[in-house]
Design a protein around this ligand. Structure first.
Ligand code: PLP
Length: 451
């Protein structure tokens, strides 16, 4: 996009990152799913999570199509932790994806949204007896076991309920990943999974094969999130397939299900270019073919659990700009009406975001500012971003907030969680209503002696 710089009259090139169905309309405002975002802010209030349904469906379809091309024996499961509510469950279900859940609450949400248990994968490094019982009773497709004590407990519970669930054993392949330490999960020193090389992974597999009420189908791993390189995925495949070969040699069992978790990165900034799903699928398939041939193993079914790469780019958070505070020769703080409670990622992972001023979307940048939230913390949302001249009341659209924003939201400082609105073909529908002050106090109990 080309802008003319007002002062000098010089042409100034600025890349506006427009994702999914985002476009700048004739009124110079940001539009998503055919809806003017300034109108959305007026109608539903801010902060507001806006989800571009087409973008989310396109991402689901791209995954399915790429893996059908490169590895036809593939199942794509949406990792619910990225963005889970009943409407999201319906969308991924309609798109033919499986769904993985990591808590009793996520399982309850999926079942209430009528997702077939036959399409549910159950995770968790410390599943409670209640959660395991619920998963067993519901008849979930796969339970991913994370430790030796859990195998024994699950076997007992399954026996009591007269069930024999299909399970995977989660491994931690120890692959170095260039991402934030908090979302780097496949290394050796991790609470997740079992080491494939120190004997624990093999012990778990042998135990699972021996336990009468469990049916071991395969192995699982998840090496981390927001990964841009393909190398770690290739290395992981080699480690996992080598492990399957060792299982075959030591036990005779030919496990034919390999779950590689999620991890593919999404675009948050204009200068970022994550691999396309097509490139990712081709790399995974090539590495799988090579490793299966190397270890002389037959065909396997590949399971993927993308979360972020299915939903991040479909989400945008709208805020209203409030106080603008200029500290001469230091910086200008622009405060918005949300922050840490609706998006903890900058604070947790130093995550970076891009934003567009929704009501001035075709105006050229005029100043560098820092976007802050309104919490009692230094909750910087975006440090040093070039934006047009700003005034209180402007609507700021922070992009790529569709993963790990709504799902990580809190009531910190007694903020009410924002509404989530689904936009599609010019229609906007609330899929999660905004919390009210009543919701905040509803769960509080004052013991009689304090009254
Ligand atoms: N699978 C498992 C077991 C995970 O822990 C996660 C994320 O933490 C995912 C899948 C999804 O990862 P991503 O959102 O990076 O695709």
């Amino acid at each position: 996009m080309i802008f003319y710089c007002k002062d000098s009259g010089e042409r100034q090139e600025t890349t506006k990152m427009l994702l999914g169905t985002q476009r700048i309309n004739e009124a110079g405002r940001l539009e998503i799913g055919g809806c003017d975002t300034v109108d959305l802010a007026k109608r539903f209030g801010t902060p507001l999570y806006v989800v571009d349904e087409q973008c989310m469906r396109d991402a689901c379809r791209a995954y399915r199509a790429a893996f059908e091309r490169h590895w036809p024996k593939s199942i794509i499961s949406f990792s619910g932790k990225a963005f889970l509510n009943m409407a999201a469950c319906r969308i991924v279900d309609q798109e033919g994806l499986a769904l993985d859940v990591c808590s009793g609450g996520e399982l309850h949400t999926a079942l209430t949204a009528n997702v077939s248990p036959a399409r549910l994968i159950v995770h968790g490094n410390n599943k409670s007896t209640q959660e395991m019982t619920e998963a067993l009773k519901a008849g979930c497709w796969l339970i991913v076991t994370d430790s030796l004590p859990e195998l024994a407990l699950l076997n007992d519970l399954a026996g009591q309920l007269g069930k024999r669930p299909d399970i995977l054993v989660r491994l931690s392949p120890g692959v170095e990943v260039d991402t934030h330490t908090h979302i780097r999960l496949g290394q050796v020193d991790t609470k997740f999974g079992l080491n494939p090389d120190n004997g624990q992974g093999m012990e778990a597999v042998k135990e699972a094969l021996a336990l009468p009420n469990l049916k071991l189908r395969g192995i699982h791993c998840h090496i981390g999130s927001q990964i841009f390189e393909l190398r770690p995925f290739r290395e992981t495949i080699e480690i996992m397939v080598k492990f399957l070969a060792r299982v075959k040699a030591e036990t005779g069992a030919q496990l034919d299900l390999l779950d590689l978790g999620g991890g593919l990165g999404s675009q948050y900034l204009s200068q970022e270019a994550p691999p396309s799903v097509e490139e990712y699928a081709a790399a995974i398939a090539d590495a799988l073919k090579a490793s299966l041939a190397k270890y002389d193993l037959g065909e396997i079914t590949l399971l993927q659990e993308p979360g972020r790469s299915l939903t991040a780019e479909s989400g945008t958070t709208l805020y209203t700009i409030g106080i603008i505070k200029e500290i001469p020769e230091v910086r200008t703080y622009v405060s918005v009406d949300g922050g840490l409670s609706d998006n903890p990622r900058p604070a947790l992972y130093q995550a970076r975001y891009n934003a567009i001023v929704a009501n001035k979307a075709s105006s050229p940048p005029a100043q560098q500012v820092t976007i802050s939230g309104k919490h009692c913390e230094t909750d910087t949302l975006i440090e040093d971003i070039d934006l047009p001249s700003l005034a209180p009341g402007d609507i700021l659209a922070v992009q790529s907030t569709g993963a790990y924003n709504y799902s990580m939201a809190s009531n910190y400082n007694r903020f009410t969680r924002p509404a989530v609105v689904l936009v599609h073909n010019g229609e906007a529908e609330v899929i999660v209503r905004r919390e009210t002050y009543e919701d905040l106090v509803d769960k509080d109990v004052i013991p009689p002696r304090l009254k």
